[in-house]
Design a protein around this ligand. Sequence first.
Ligand code: NAD
Length: 294
Amino acid sequence: MKVGFIGLGVMGRPMAKNLLKAGYEVVCCDHHPEHVRELTDAGAAAAANGCEIARQCERIITMLPNSPHVKDAVLGPGGVLEGARPGTVLIDMSSIAPLASQEISRACAEKGVEMLDAPVSGGEPKAIDGTLAIMAGGKRAVFDQMTEMLRAMGSSVVYCGEIGAGNTTKLANQVIVALNIAAVSEAFMLAQKTGVDPAQVFEAIKGGLAGSTVMNAKVPMILGQNFKPGFRIDLHIKDLNNALETGHGVGAPLPLTASVMEMLQTLHADGFGSEDHSAIARWYQKIAGCEIGG
Ligand code: NAD
């Protein structure tokens, strides 16, 4: 079966390669020719744009940075809807605003195109292993038809509700991860300033109630002052921006998210936007005047 794939960045390239490995024919496009070349070298076909892809494929995946990019690739000139036939299924796996998913889905419906929003968690290593966590929204029947294909990219594929529910779930994930990194940074700075070895604190508490996947992944990075991404600060700013906008729209209070957003904005202004989000620790280090683990 032919699958279209639009957006071959850090995540899209390994995800598209896993579709090839699972036996799907992939037709792809991206603004960067070198990204496309990596996929054609692996056996995919190239297309000029979303319209050309939609003329050939009844299933199309988008993996793009944010809402405007997905709107452009789907609704814009040369976009998916220019070439799509009724019955086509669009699966947007980007992390975007839930309201944007709903808007794009309405435009798709006018052309008889079904849409799922199916963002992922897990980052590049899990995209490479095909073990992403995929959280999907849309019609249940469409989700059921697409599950097998999604399993080529993820080990967990969960239906969350109507269109937009996948991205709401992803925003909840991103809020928890950001606040957790800030909490870990705050607590480990307390240990550092008090003269207790943060490495020992980690050893003592990681198996208790405060322990978390975030703690296990990020504390070794913070102790080693290794902020190589990973998941970039700038991408997390994008996600928290979507979370705050969504929260304001529905009346959900997000005071802690707003605080961590300010830390991220400071880090961006200080030139750390391309570092891993574990660099939230840098914000505490700047205020406290010392390194955690230093
Ligand atoms: P990226 O910036 O590495 O890649 C995006 C790609 O989209 C680029 O290659 C760009 O050229 C291409 N692109 C942009 N607009 C296009 C268009 N109109 N047509 C064709 N190609 C276009 O981003 P990424 O890290 O792969 O992330 C993609 C999405 O996945 C984001 O929403 C991100 O938040 C989410 N995500 C990323 C990670 C991660 O660890 N990087 C983890 C989970 C989820």
